[in-house]
Design a protein around this ligand. Structure first.
Ligand code: ZN
Ligand code: ZN
Length: 194
């Protein structure tokens, strides 16, 4: 039996591990939203990601499969964070992707940053990433897209829609999340090494 506590792992890819302010901000938001302690743990390098030679973007789904395999047993969920532009075949790009009710999700900073990120805009940049991080981790806790445009689980097609929504769950999503938390607590009371 392991004595390690269940946690949420934030896994920066590449030099994002140096962005302490962003990682701290995301950690705080995830602890507040999901009630688990967070840990920073780099698991992948940019060279591990497969670049689609035609699209010049990275397909997010295989990254999630790898992450869920290599994340430590105490990690309830793992959120990878990358600077590269992500896609799934049916869309031109995605801000992130998650395994619905699964373990792994990923978020890209690519569509939210203007290079260089000006100091005055860092707050906006962080706010957007907080919302989308909570959104992606929310999917791993079985939450689907929500019709309430203020709810963090609302699906946003544009950055301005992200700016308009809040970083909080609506009442409906809160109920579903709490049910899922209860179910998980019953399912995994202790961590055993497997
Ligand atoms: Zn979504
Ligand atoms: Zn909602």
């Amino acid at each position: 039996m392991s004595s390690k506590e269940h946690n949420l792992v934030i896994s920066p890819i590449g030099d994002l591990d140096a962005d302490e302010a962003l990682l701290e901000r995301l950690g705080e938001a995830l602890r507040q939203s999901f009630g688990y302690p967070t840990d920073i743990l780099p698991l992948l390098d940019e060279e591990d990601l497969w670049l689609d030679p035609v699209r010049k973007q990275y397909h997010s789904t295989p990254i999630l499969e790898t992450l869920s395999l290599i994340s430590p047993p105490e990690a309830v969920k793992v959120l990878a964070l990358t600077k590269v532009d992500l896609f799934i075949p049916i869309l031109t790009h995605v801000y992130g992707e998650a395994q619905l009710g699964g373990k792994a999700c990923i978020l890209s900073t690519y569509r939210f940053s203007e290079e260089p990120v000006l100091a005055a805009r860092i707050e906006t940049f962080h706010c957007r990433l907080v919302k989308e991080a909570v959104h992606e981790v929310g999917h791993t806790f079985n939450l689907r897209h929500c019709g309430d445009s203020a709810c963090v689980m609302h699906y946003c097609r544009s950055v301005s829609e992200v700016d308009r929504k809040s970083n909080q769950f609506c009442r409906y999503c809160t109920v579903i999340l709490n049910d899922e938390m209860k179910r998980l607590a019953k399912e995994t009371p202790v961590i055993s090494e497997q």
